[in-house]
Design a protein around this ligand. Structure first.
Ligand SMILES: CC(C)(COP(=O)(O)OP(=O)(O)OC[C@H]1O[C@@H](n2cnc3c(N)ncnc32)[C@H](O)[C@@H]1OP(=O)(O)O)[C@@H](O)C(=O)NCCC(=O)NCCS
Length: 143
């Protein structure tokens, strides 16, 4: 939660939802439909990723949230988390990973991060989050 609260890209209302997703996973790891992986070293948690199967689909998974502590970004931790999540999804016979993100300049680096990991932009919903803040949907085929 400390990492989430210190991630400037996230609005306070988004942090609340991100926390609900983590709580869901902790309360019922088997049936909640939410999975969480953390990256850690001897000093504590460095970042995390939440993901889960998309309800009513066969083999489609959503990557819901990811954050790496701001002062240690750009060192490969986010990529390692994404790859670990993709590996778990493949093991669960997942075939398609989806990410929804914002079009604002604050997410420019995040978009580059996802594109660099092989995700492609497949849809854009104009003014979705707010006027001039589009929803961008990225996808990667995992098998
Ligand atoms: C996106 C995020 C998880 C990436 O984690 P990370 O540990 O910085 O990523 P990596 O070090 O594995 O990858 C760095 C790559 O991502 C990009 N990147 C994204 N944000 C970056 C940042 N703040 N600093 C440096 N590189 C960043 C760079 O293009 C870099 O590519 P390169 O290695 O070819 O130069 C992290 O920057 C973050 O927490 N961002 C804010 C929250 C967010 O946008 N979450 C995702 C949407 S829910």
């Amino acid at each position: 939660m400390k990492i989430l609260r210190h991630t400037p890209e996230f609005k306070p209302s988004e942090v609340v939802v991100a926390e609900e997703v983590i709580d869901g996973c902790l309360k019922d790891p088997v049936n909640s439909g939410y999975y969480t992986l953390v990256a850690e070293d001897g000093s504590g948690i460095l970042g995390y990723i939440s993901y889960g199967p998309t309800p009513l689909t066969e083999g489609t998974w959503d990557l819901y949230w990811e954050a790496v502590a701001q002062e240690i970004r750009g060192q490969g931790i986010g990529s390692a988390l994404m790859q670990a999540a993709e590996e778990e999804i493949r093991k669960a016979e997942g075939r398609l990973a989806l990410i929804e993100t914002s079009s604002t300049p604050a997410y420019e680096k995040t978009r580059r991060f996802h594109l660099g990991l092989g995700y492609e932009i497949i849809a854009r919903i104009p003014d979705f989050y707010s006027p001039e803040d589009d929803k961008i949907i990225l996808q990667k085929r995992l098998r």
